[in-house]
Design a protein around this ligand. Structure first.
Ligand code: ADP
Ligand code: ADP
Length: 236
């Protein structure tokens, strides 16, 4: 579902003597698996995720070599907008994600911009409220929710589009441990019940490694990536 073929990437204006932001990435995430991207801050996790959603290089600038494909679409020749029905993206800070005021409006918003018919929109909002345990909160202002609830709304707003791939950049880093568990449980359910393919960046490995089918470890800037099953990568 996601394929990196000999991918390297350098931001425009980066120090020419510094290692590239991404180097030598070569891995595949099969449909319906959860792949964890781990490594210390500044090692290229967000850049890797951006190469899947198409933000890199379309919105960042920079030079990408090799090829990244998502559901068969080359992310360099498809702009992020042309990938929006396939790839959903959730970031660290749910508040920066929101464009409406209430839970229900937020869940509908992404579908509106893709021209989903009203009846389908209504059904998908209901289905997603149930899936994420948000039905009781549907009319609430998003600003009044807890961090974990907000992050579930952010995930829900992307899920109503029925993306085949969900990309999350440290979605639990601003949450307390209980709320983080809530969000991780939702991700597990998506993979198991809906067959969604999930690419999840985290810097706290121990919390999430149990959920992963595959791990991409970026050990340090410029160091070769390590890719494999969790037990194998953890042993490195
Ligand atoms: P991580 O997500 O692992 O913290 P990033 O992908 O954000 O790492 O960053 C990888 C490297 O690329 C860092 O050295 C960072 O400073 C640099 N970088 C990130 N975004 C940009 C950008 N838009 N322009 C130039 N350099 C960037
Ligand atoms: P429609 O595509 O018209 O909204 P449904 O809501 O019945 O039709 O969804 C079609 C299929 O998608 C169903 O089998 C349903 O289980 C599945 N599905 C539901 N939610 C999601 C989701 N978030 N991502 C992917 N598939 C989903």
């Amino acid at each position: 579902m996601i394929r990196f073929e000999r991918v390297s990437f350098r931001y425009d204006g980066a120090d020419p003597d510094a290692p590239p932001a991404l180097g030598g990435l070569d891995f595949t995430v099969p449909e319906g698996e959860l792949c964890l991207v781990v490594g210390p801050s500044g090692v290229g996790k967000s850049t890797l995720l951006g190469a899947v959603s198409g933000l890199v290089p379309h919105f960042t600038g920079g030079h990408l070599t090799g090829r990244v494909t998502v559901a068969g679409r080359d992310t360099r020749t498809h702009r992020p907008r042309e990938l929006a029905d396939v790839v959903g993206t959730v970031g660290q800070d749910p508040l920066s994600h929101f464009v409406t005021d209430t839970v229900e409006d937020e869940l509908a918003y992404g579908m509106e911009s893709l021209g989903v018919p009203p009846e389908t929109m209504r059904r998908r909002v209901e289905e997603t409220l149930d899936l994420l345990g948000l039905a009781d909160l549907r009319d609430r202002p998003i600003a009044a929710l807890s961090g974990g609830q907000q992050q579930r709304v952010a995930i829900g707003s992307v899920l109503t589009v029925h993306p085949r791939v969900l990309v999350l950049d440290e979605p639990t880093s601003a949450l307390d441990p209980g709320a983080a568990e809530e969000v991780l449980a939702v991700l597990q359910r998506l993979v198991h019940d809906l067959g969604t393919t999930v690419l999840l960046a985290e810097h706290r490995l121990e919390r999430v490694v149990q959920y992963a089918d595959q791990v991409v470890l970026l050990p340090a800037p410029g160091a070769p990536p390590v890719v494999g099953p969790p037990a194998e990568v953890m042993a490195v």
